[in-house]
Design a binder for this molecule. Structure first.
Ligand SMILES: Nc1ncnc2c1ncn2[C@@H]1O[C@H](COP(=O)(O)OP(=O)(O)OP(=O)(O)O)[C@@H](O)[C@H]1O
Length: 625
């Protein structure tokens, strides 16, 4: 509480001063206060204790005055003991208050982080897929971490700092004027000096720190891009190591040089900060000493004034940065609010109905669709390279109509970029149609609850994603209540039970990003087991194009047969057996269905299907149809 601590002073000095130039949206302050509301009791107690703590600043200097004047110089030993004990009590009380205030401050601060984090996580989770295809994960995670913490830190330190500094300045100021208004006036001359020098250093440091932070972020980006498997592979394949070394070294050198300059400015500033109170003390002793010699001032008063003076400088310094602190806090909050205010393109209607789990009929009714423009789904500040633009992708699908009766298999075929994946995205509302309707079990998908739609529709994609967790946890993700026997049944049907049994940790083997490496075929079969546990009425499947060896391919095929058995399915077909088995094949080209029918009929019809059949489905043209 007393004296001058360099740490916070520097943090404030290095703060980004551009914050003060930012324009805040209306209502930001009121919204921030809304977050403080649930914590109002601890905040009230915190403020009260901070005031008491700040008031204590003047107590020990005043005790010094009395101990010298009335105790030592007056030869009163009993009073000296009494006052010394009082000083000790003040010190202990001060220590206790410091602990209490710190505890309350972290309770409020951590509570605030918790509130903001859980809210942002929940909100981001509910964004449509479009948001995630546009947003850089790194930028998003940093927003979730840094800005939330920035908002909290600025909130609590600004609150305590401003209150305790303001109280300290007032209380110390009053005490000094009461002791000697002449000396207080003299000391005031030094304050503008202090203010101007801290402003100058602050401006220089903030600019340099920002450049250094950008440089560090640049280094971080360069590393994350290159040190993942894909990036590392590219580096190796193109053999650009020396060039990469050189570029990285240049960037690192900029950060190094800035670091040295920042440290130098800080040192100079620290020296000045230590010199100013020393000079002021010299002034107090010089002028005050003469006043004491003349009998206008007691020795105790002189000592008290010198101590008080030192205690005035820290709070004054803190107050000169209040505006920056407050604005930095508000800007951090605004950046978090920006994410919170981004509406999700796919939202549940308030009156949404629950889709029965058995809803197996799938219908596309004159569906038209184009991918939404970037500024509708994302924030420019979360896209590091691509700036959001207002152009949308144009019409990707037009007039798509088909019906799959319960239990039927519909196969989608067509050239690359025709719109097959896009059609599958619309079934579970990963995106919403622009015109027409997608119906599941007779209900427009926009009229049913998202939970029940997700229960009714299951996806198996080519790159089946697994969380970095055990096989059991990954499977339970589909149905948390599944028992072990049910899990083994699903693994059996998906043709992976033998593999999992052979693993040393069985179901508890960790898979996913950095876990046990599953082959493409194994991963897909595990994903099929996950789907079987979920048991949706409709299955959307993107058949693997990657070449699996024939044994693994046969296993995947058997697993798929089990998965599709008795279910409605929409399959992006890459296998001959699939198109042959399909009840209906839709040939998609340029976002339209250009042909439809069974394999035999389409083949007889000729046209695009017959061409695709020759180029995509049979590597060997002699294979009989
Ligand atoms: N997220 C997206 N945002 C904007 N446009 C997209 C997006 N995803 C796909 N597209 C565009 O939509 C069109 C259809 O793509 P889609 O992925 O549906 O084709 P596809 O038939 O599945 O192709 P492939 O067989 O190569 O996977 C393409 O022109 C593609 O560039």
């Amino acid at each position: 509480m007393s004296g001058m601590s360099m740490g916070p002073a520097f943090r404030a000095m290095r703060a980004d001063r551009s914050a003060t130039q930012q324009r805040l949206a209306r209502g930001t302050v009121r919204r921030v206060l809304g977050y403080a509301l649930p914590h109002r009791r601890p905040i009230a107690l915190f403020l009260l204790l901070t005031v008491v703590d700040a008031g204590l600043v003047v107590v020990s200097p005043l005790l010094v005055q009395r101990i010298v004047d009335d105790g030592i110089l007056a030869g009163n030993g009993a009073l000296v003991t009494e006052l010394a004990l009082a000083m000790a009590a003040v010190a202990i009380l001060d220590a206790l208050l410091t602990v209490l205030v710190g505890w309350l401050s972290s309770r409020i601060g951590e509570g605030l982080i918790y509130d903001l984090r859980t809210e942002v996580f929940g909100h981001v989770q509910r964004q449509s897929l479009a948001f995630f295809t546009r947003t850089q994960t790194g930028a998003l995670v940093s927003r979730l971490n840094n800005d939330v913490i920035g908002a909290q830190r600025a909130f609590t330190s600004t609150l305590s700092g401003t209150v305790s500094n303001a109280i300290s300045v007032v209380v110390v100021g009053i005490a000094m004027v009461a002791l000697s208004w002449q000396i207080t006036l003299l000391c005031l001359v030094l304050f503008p000096l202090l203010y101007l020098s801290s402003r100058w250093v602050g401006n220089r440091l903030a600019g340099l720190t920002r450049t250094q932070m950008d440089g560090n972020a640049d280094l971080g980006n360069a590393m994350t891009e290159r040190f993942n498997v894909g990036g590392a592979m590219l580096l190796k394949l193109f053999g650009r190591r020396e060039e990469e070394d050189r570029v990285f070294a240049t960037k690192a050198a900029v950060v190094r040089d800035l670091g040295v300059r920042i440290a130098l400015i800080q040192r100079v500033f620290m020296a000045a900060m230590l010199a100013v109170p020393a000079l002021a003390t010299a002034l107090v002793y010089g002028v005050g000493g003469h006043l004491a010699l003349d009998g206008a001032l007691t020795v105790g008063t002189l000592l008290a004034l010198a101590t008080l003076l030192v205690r005035l400088l820290g709070p004054l310094q803190g107050l000169s940065n209040v505006r920056i602190d407050v604005m930095t806090a508000l800007v951090s909050f605004e950046r978090v609010f920006e994410v919170l205010d981004l509406p999700s393109l796919v939202q549940e209607r308030p009156d949404a109905v629950v889709l029965p789990p058995s809803a197996g009929r799938l219908e596309f009714d004159r569906v038209a669709f184009g991918y939404p423009s970037a500024d509708a789904v994302s924030l420019a500040s979360l896209e590091v390279v691509a700036r959001t633009d207002s152009r949308d992708s144009g019409q990707v699908l037009s007039d798509i109509s088909f019906t799959a009766a319960p239990g039927e298999m519909v196969a989608l075929v067509g050239p690359s970029g025709a719109g097959k994946s896009t059609i599958t995205h619309l079934v579970a509302r990963l995106y919403d149609v622009d015109r027409g309707a997608v119906r599941v079990g007779g209900h427009d998908v926009r009229d049913v609850t998202l939970d029940s739609l997700e229960d009714a529709v299951g996806y198996v994609t080519q790159d089946a994603h697994m969380f970095h967790d055990t096989i059991r946890a990954n499977l339970l993700y589909a149905r948390p209540a599944a028992t072990d026997p049910e899990i083994w049944d699903a693994l059996d049907a998906a043709q992976v039970a033998t593999l999992v049994r052979a693993l040393p940790d069985g179901l508890d083997t960790v898979v996913g990003d950095r876990g046990y490496r599953l082959s493409g075929g194994e991963r897909q079969r595990l994903a099929i087991a996950r789907l079987l546990l979920k048991a949706p009425a409709i299955v959307v499947l993107d058949e693997a194009t990657a070449h699996l060896d024939s044994e693994s391919e046969a296993a995947v095929q058997r697993a798929l047969d089990a998965a599709l058995e008795g279910r409605t399915s929409l399959v992006i077909a890459h296998r001959l057996s699939t198109v042959r088995d399909a009840d209906q094949i839709l040939v998609v080209d340029g976002g339209r269905i250009v042909q439809r029918g069974t394999h035999a009929r389409l083949l007889a019809e000729g046209g695009l299907y017959a061409d695709l059949y020759r180029t995509q489905f049979i590597a060997d043209p002699s294979v009989p149809v």
